[in-house]
Design a protein around this ligand. Structure first.
Ligand code: SF4
Length: 383
């Protein structure tokens, strides 16, 4: 038996509760003839204590624990490799049912820890500067596979939470001050808004007080600009937003972000405006701009970008391009990036140059490509 067949055979018929948000969990308990309040207990055990076994749930009756063990499970992808970069960045490679793998990256900083989460195996959008794009699209992740990345990382980074399972008699909440992961960005492999339902359910869990309790400002969806889904997102969970703009006009953007041919810049920025309309609490969104030598990095481009974003509540992240094998682009010179930033700054924008993290383990932005196994088919939808 090879490793792939063993993984798919292990996939059982039991219900995996890992990806259920509170509403879904309540519906599950009602369906099996139990009181809905059990949903809160089980949610806390899974996500706040990292429990993976119903027998650990000491404040749930023995009879219910037995019943749950028969019909349900808490199953996350298996970590098959862990790499630590010299700057503390950690990349996990996780194997999914069926043998595909995804990558999740943890980036520690002085006052926070950010987890970069994948939403799809590969990506269909074919952005020219992105190594994930070269892998093509394979499939959407389930809500369990998305939230599992946070669950697995929490367990790996916070063994204290694990120890507390043994100590806890009543399933008390883990102290949020000791949290290692303070921010989540959906900026890993895939376009999150093309996996809408599963991403939204996973985000509900990230925000849910009985699960991870992160604030909306600390959960960010990064999108290349799937305009209808962006408008829909505002209605269901208005988390923070990052737009992969990367160009100051349609002519350049059509070349490096093919989705632009379907949803051009004007429509995208209108959708951003709509996302923020009527809500004074949301302060600003982030504009991501990868610096590609000779493509989008001239002084003229900087002035154009400043004019394009006028009156929009945004800050700009300038991202030095991370080259990967066979990429057709080079990174702009540091001097050019600094000049670009100064022009934006003088035009009144907050513009920062993103520090490259985890470069020595290929965990930097645009480098997540799932090298272990590439079972992808190349599907290019947005032409
Ligand atoms: S940059 Fe994002 S949207 Fe574009 S191909 Fe890569 S993963 Fe997909």
């Amino acid at each position: 038996m090879n490793s792939d067949t063993s993984v798919s055979q292990i996939a059982s018929a039991k219900v995996n509760l890992l990806g259920y948000d509170l509403a879904h969990m309540k519906a599950f308990f009602t369906e099996i003839g139990e009181k809905p309040f059990r949903a809160v207990q089980v949610l806390k055990w899974i996500h706040q204590f990292g429990a993976d076994d119903f027998t650990q749930m000491s404040n749930v009756s023995q009879a219910l624990r037995k019943k749950l063990s028969k019909i349900a499970e808490i199953r996350a992808p298996e970590i098959i490799a862990e790499q630590k970069a010299s700057d503390g960045t950690i990349k996990w490679l996780m194997r999914l049912d069926g043998g595909n793998s995804i990558e999740t990256v943890y980036i520690p900083e002085d006052n926070r820890g950010t987890l970069c989460v994948s939403s799809q195996v590969g990506c269909a959008l074919d952005c020219g500067f992105c190594s994930t794009a070269k892998q093509g699209f394979n499939r959407n992740l389930t809500s369990a596979e998305i939230i599992a990345q946070l669950w697995v990382a929490n367990r790996a980074l916070n063994p204290l939470a694990q120890a507390s399972i043994a100590q806890s008699k009543h399933g008390k909440v883990q102290d949020s001050k000791n949290r290692v992961i303070t921010n989540v960005v959906l900026m890993g492999m895939g376009e999150p808004l093309l996996n809408f339902e599963n991403v939204v359910e996973a985000i509900h869990l990230m925000l849910e007080d009985h699960a991870y309790g992160l604030s909306k400002r600390r959960v960010t969806i990064s999108t290349a600009g799937v305009v209808p889904a962006l408008r829909r997102l505002r209605e269901v969970c208005d988390v923070s937003l990052a737009i992969s703009l990367h160009a100051p006009n349609d002519q350049i953007r059509n070349k490096i972000v093919p989705l632009n041919k379907k949803y051009p810049i004007k429509e995208l920025l209108e959708a951003c405006r709509f996302y923020f309309s009527g809500d004074t609490k949301k302060k600003q969104f982030t504009v991501e701009y990868v610096m590609l030598a000779g493509i989008n990095d001239s002084e003229k481009n900087a002035h154009e970008l400043a004019a394009l974003l006028k009156k929009l509540p945004c800050k700009i992240n300038l991202i030095p391009f991370n080259p990967f094998p066979n990429s057709e682009f080079d990174c702009s010179k540091m001097q050019t990036i600094n000049r670009f930033k100064d022009i934006l700054y003088k035009a009144g924008y907050v513009a920062v140059i993103r520090k490259t993290r985890g470069e020595d383990i290929d965990a930097a932005c645009g480098q997540l490509a799932g090298k272990v196994k590439d079972k992808s088919r190349r599907i290019i939808r947005h032409r």
